[in-house]
Design a protein around this ligand. Structure first.
Ligand code: FES
Length: 167
């Protein structure tokens, strides 16, 4: 029996989760969950990478900066990486990234790393549901600035600088 996904918030807001899934394990688990008709929260937008070690911390920061409320990274279990040590590198980067997020004042619970093998569709479902519930409890990240607002901010800053200058 599928566990229910977290209910929508009072205002109907739903978190957007960007998910980087390793081609050889977690992506296949998501595929299996789909073909097994498992129900889980539809909030993830999956990006397939060849290995969790391919996920540069910059990708995570960019996802958050462009409006994601959370980022999930899925890789092969330790010892099962198809590139031998990619997932160990991912783990080291992930630990540093979490410290960096906290230094920026961003809740580190918005980013999660999980080892999910191709056969663990049920784990994938549970992790996605848990993460969606966790990010819902945190609320929107609001880190993304829509591109149309960039110029407005810059114009205001430029005006302030000009006002401060005496000619
Ligand atoms: S190939 Fe899956 S984590 Fe490296």
């Amino acid at each position: 029996m599928d566990k229910p996904a977290a209910p929508a918030t009072a205002d109907g807001w739903e978190p957007k989760i960007v998910a980087f899934f390793c081609n050889w394990c977690t992506y296949l688990a998501a595929d299996l969950a789909g073909t097994s008709r498992m129900k889980y929260a539809p909030n993830t937008r999956v990006i397939r990478v060849m290995c969790s070690g391919r996920v540069d911390p910059q990708f995570v920061l960019e996802a958050l900066a462009h409006g994601a409320d959370g980022v999930l990274i899925g890789g092969c279990h330790p010892g099962d990486c198809h590139y031998q040590s990619g997932n160990y590198k991912a783990l080291r980067r992930f630990r540093l990234l979490k410290r960096m997020l906290l230094a920026f004042g961003i809740e580190d619970e918005r980013v999660r790393l999980e080892w999910i093998s191709a056969a663990e569709a049920d784990k994938l479902r549970d992790v996605v549901n848990e993460m969606v519930a966790q990010v819902k409890a945190l609320g929107p990240a609001r880190l993304g600035t829509p591109p149309e607002d960039w110029a407005v901010g810059l114009e205001e800053e430029a005006d302030e600088e000009v006002e401060g200058v005496t000619v």
